[in-house]
Unconditional design. Structure first.
Length: 543
């Protein structure tokens, strides 16, 4: 079956390449697009869950170059070389990527699209589909370049993903302000304008003649989804509604930041929607009358309430409200592998709970880090990433870790191992007793029963010494291993430590028993030899 799939894919690829070769000139001449348009198109492919098909170039089923070609056309087989041959700007990613939406990214055998703020989209493979993540992760991009079939602004306004940017000298500006057409605009670290321009096309220009029509289409279009980084009036509306439902308690400022993102994800989980932090069609549920309210926690009084007198009796009895529905759902489950898991791991690492590079896999280390976070922040230590834990993790109230990060402890345990070996050596040395003397007098040798008692005492001392070693090891590991309340999440390193200690104890006991057997044999030989000597002396006396 796999061979048939490969043959079909090769045939489709051959047909695609042949069609590009036959009509390539007409496609290249007629194809065009904008950088912001390509970036939005690529993001839509990710959020829509497009699949990866080798040689595919149709919306919904594309490969890496097919994703770009399906939007703007152009030279599909060698995009970087084509850009260089046509004098387009390009450079090495290691030297930094310009602040330009929709740049091409290249490495041997693979291409992708630069979105903004260090993020990229690429059609990765059969097992991944279209992916959206930070540059420097799975892909090790070599070069960035401006696609030949795409126009990029040089100066003026640009609209992307619901936000307005202002380009100067080919890049959008950040962390500054500009007075344009009599109005002062402020631009944050991501380049988002504080307010929408009154005339977005008044001062815009582009690198190519086709950009005027393409750019106007880009700036005129309204966003269909809002996510982290968005900033406009719709975000204000989203924040107000989330606040009404009890998910959001931050400022109503129109900035879709971390707190708004966490609140919207909690709402999606409560409503049974796909949790991705994207406010698209989900807004229909958000604004509806059936939108679920956030969980309201009530604290039960442990002491009896004082008797109410006429002075303390309220004038009106409070209306008893119906308890809110429990909506503390699981946001991410153990075993998940996604960019969202990597984001959670990065946040845990920032707070000092996760001491490894984010992998995107929700495994034992991530579970243990979440347990430690829950314990430190007064939550129930379940190890599950529920909505309550998720919202607190990405809030300003999250408490940083006061113990070593999970994953960073292995090196500390390794440093403790030499000390444990020394303790075990001391215990082994303690089991040694004084060797037997070669005195001919049998009275100087202990009897068999006395020897057994001595050996038993020696074994007891060895076991006691081994117990001391175990106690020392536990004391040293207690400063490293997290709280014992994490019984459901046991570390493999702890198991190995116990196995080593048990093996050491068994080794010491075996050594003592072996010594006992050896000495008993030597004692028996001595008695036999002495018996022969005595008999010979008696014979000599008789003779």
């Amino acid at each position: 079956m796999n061979r048939i799939k490969k043959l079909i894919a090769v045939a489709l690829s051959a047909v695609t390449v042949a069609s590009v070769g036959v009509v390539g000139s007409s496609i290249s001449a007629g194809a065009s697009g904008t950088g912001a348009g390509l970036a939005e198109y690529s993001l839509n492919a990710y959020y829509s869950g497009w699949s990866y098909v080798w040689g595919g170039s149709s919306p919904g089923a594309v490969d890496c170059s097919g994703l770009i070609w399906s939007y703007c056309g152009g030279n599909r087989t060698s995009m970087l070389s084509d850009a260089q041959a046509n004098g387009r700007d390009w450079g090495y990613v290691s030297n930094g990527v310009p602040r330009v939406h929709g740049l091409g990214l290249s490495r041997p055998g693979h291409v992708g699209v630069y979105i903004e703020d260090g993020m990229e989209v690429d059609a990765r493979g059969d097992d991944y589909g279209v992916c959206y993540q930070e540059i420097g992760g799975w892909n090790n991009w070599d070069c960035w370049f401006k696609l030949t079939a795409v126009s990029y602004p040089t100066n003026g306004w640009e609209n992307f993903n619901g936000n307005y940017y202002y380009y100067e000298n080919g890049e959008y500006i950040v962390n500054t302000s500009r007075t344009i057409d009599g109005t002062t605009y402020y631009f944050d670290s991501k380049g988002h304008s504080s307010t929408s321009p009154s005339n977005p096309s008044s001062s815009s220009s582009s690198e190519s003649s086709s950009s005027s029509s393409s750019s106007s289409g880009s700036t005129a279009s309204k966003p269909t989804s809002w996510s982290k980084g968005s900033n406009d009036d719709e975000v204000v509306k989203i924040q107000k509604r989330l606040a009404e439902l009890g998910y959001y308690d931050g400022a109503i400022d129109g900035d879709f930041g971390d707190k708004t993102d966490a609140a919207f994800r909690a709402f999606q989980a409560a409503a049974g929607l796909y949790v991705d932090g994207i406010a698209g069609s989900d807004r229909e549920v958000l604004y509806s009358d059936n939108a679920p309210y956030a969980k309201v926690e009530t604290v039960e009084e442990t002491t009896s309430a004082p008797e109410q007198t006429e002075e303390t009796q309220p004038a009106e009895e409070a209306v008893e409200e119906e308890p809110a529905e429990d909506v503390n759902f699981i946001v991410i489950e153990t075993g998940d592998f996604s960019d969202e898991v990597a984001t959670v791991q990065s946040k845990l690492a920032e707070l000092g709970y996760f001491g490894m590079e984010p992998t995107g896999l929700f495994g034992d280390f991530t579970t243990e880090a979440i347990v430690n976070f829950q314990l430190a922040n007064g939550l129930e230590a379940t190890g599950l990433l529920d909505t309550q834990t998720y919202m607190l993790l990405f809030s300003d109230d999250a408490i940083a870790s006061a113990i070593p990060a999970v994953g960073a402890q292995d090196e500390a345990v390794a440093e403790e191992e030499p000390a444990l070996v020394e303790d075990a050596t001391e215990a082994e040395a303690a089991s040694e007793d004084v060797p037997l003397t070669k005195s001919a007098d049998a009275s100087q040798l202990v009897t068999s029963d006395a020897a057994n008692s001595a050996y038993a005492a020696t074994a007891s001392k060895s076991v006691a010494k081994a117990n001391e070693v175990t106690a020392k090891a536990l004391e040293k590991s207690s400063a490293i291993v997290p709280n014992a309340q994490t019984a459901a999440v046991k570390r493999t390193a702890n198991i190995w430590l116990w196995l080593i200690l048990v093996a050491a104890i068994l080794g010491i006991v075996a050594f003592v028993l072996l010594r006992r057997s050896t000495r008993k044999t030597r004692y028996q030989r001595y008695l036999a030899k002495k018996s022969k000597t005595t008999a010979r002396a008696q014979l000599n006396t008789r003779w």
